[in-house]
Design a protein around this ligand. Sequence first.
Ligand SMILES: Cc1cc2nc3c(=O)[nH]c(=O)nc-3n(C[C@H](O)[C@H](O)[C@H](O)COP(=O)(O)OP(=O)(O)OC[C@H]3O[C@@H](n4cnc5c(N)ncnc54)[C@H](O)[C@@H]3O)c2cc1C
Length: 467
Amino acid sequence: MSEREFDVIVLGAGPAGEVCAGRLGEQGLEVAVVESHLIGGECSFYACMPSKALLRPGELLAEVRRIPGVHEAVTGDLDAAAVFKRRDEIIHDLDDSGMVPWLEQRNVTVVRAPGRIDGERRVQAGDDTLVARKAVVVATGSSPLIPPIDGFQEAEPWTNREATTAKELPDRLAILGGGVVGVEMAQAFSSLGSQVTLLERGDRLIPREEPFASEHVEQSLRENGVDVRVTTSATAVRAEGGEVTIELDDGGPVRADELLVAIGRRLNTDEIGLDTVGLEPGKPVEVDDSMRANEWLYAIGDANGRALLTHMGKYQARIAADVILGQGAECHQSNADGSRSPRVIFTDPHVAAVGYTYEAAQADGLNVRAVDVPTQGNAGASFYGRDDTRGTARLVVDDDRGLVVGATFTGPEVAEWVQAATIAVVGEVPVERLFHAVPPFPTRSEVWLYLLEALGVAGPCGGPPRA
Ligand SMILES: Cc1cc2nc3c(=O)[nH]c(=O)nc-3n(C[C@H](O)[C@H](O)[C@H](O)COP(=O)(O)OP(=O)(O)OC[C@H]3O[C@@H](n4cnc5c(N)ncnc54)[C@H](O)[C@@H]3O)c2cc1C
């Protein structure tokens, strides 16, 4: 048992915790990061990285099959075993030793233990008591929500961890929840050869995105053989004889070899001693735009509930570090509340979005207009996704300020598009100026010209919208 002092103690070494600890260490602070499982967190081993490793081969094969000439060169289906092998390389066979040097090079002390706040500026980590001179940063992430359904726990459902690290392909996979994780896993496992049933309680998939995005993803999943059932709730689950039976509120049961639960996330704030400093366990740690809960306590990443996305957690980590370093005064106009987060759903078609949907902007009282054009309607698009004209590009424009406040793109391989829109949204670029951001020919970015035309924005010198 020992007591050790550091400038800053970071609880949790997922992407948010790692970035924060590294940035503080780089600047010469004495930093400890306390991690109970793997350095790199959920994202590196059980979420972002393995899920994309499972999705990309199917996406690529589908795209190749849409392009005459290459289509003929590719025969056969995906090799699931080879896909799993590549996934294992990407997650380093669940070995995090490759992540430690990055922290060590920045003089960060790694403490391998479950950590728990134990009063002001104190963290209990195994047998050690760590005391923070400046700050404690909570970066403990999130875990899957388990629904209170009869028989559910006993059926030992897969969570994202078992799904993303699966070694064998189930013949039949049932997925509960049609949010981002549910649709991505439905896409991945059906492309690999499982018969997938996707159950969603609400009336559409990915309900936080634009309705057309839900339609495009649902249509594509159905075309790929996924049995999509919306407005359907599971009422009871039974596991027997090596299979899982899911009783539904609207008809016959679904039988599967595995059941994946993907109904949402709960924040890992219930067992970290928040009660010892007057905060409520199990709730998001509420923070201001400096990521500060109080004078010495910060929370970043999923744990503060602002935007459950890796890139936003890492961004918050940089904000918190700068504030702790006393450099936070520059942090005006930040995107810290998460309202302008970019996000990508890696189904085929992709859904890539930033900022507001039309409905969310209206709900926030903005005077907005939405314009839609086909994603596939220009010269650059001729080389992508032939015979698949699905895809919509939408801008949501705040007419009072003449600014783009939201954008959504659906279509094959549009993930990279969202950064241009993010720059327009976060940079608050006046829509008239966007005509001077000339998209190269023949790239799909020319969609911006069509969007500006649809908005009725005057040409570069005030003439008609498009020549
Ligand atoms: C299937 C899936 C796919 C996803 N894909 C994407 C994607 O493509 N892009 C994207 O941006 N986001 C994606 N996400 C979300 C992303 O994974 C999270 O937003 C991100 O991991 C959050 O980072 P974090 O550092 O806050 O927490 P985590 O990554 O959850 O890390 C928290 C760390 O804290 C540790 N910890 C927890 N409690 C304690 C404790 N008491 N003591 C010590 N250590 C503790 C945990 O072991 C863990 O290592 C996905 C999520 C899922 C489930």
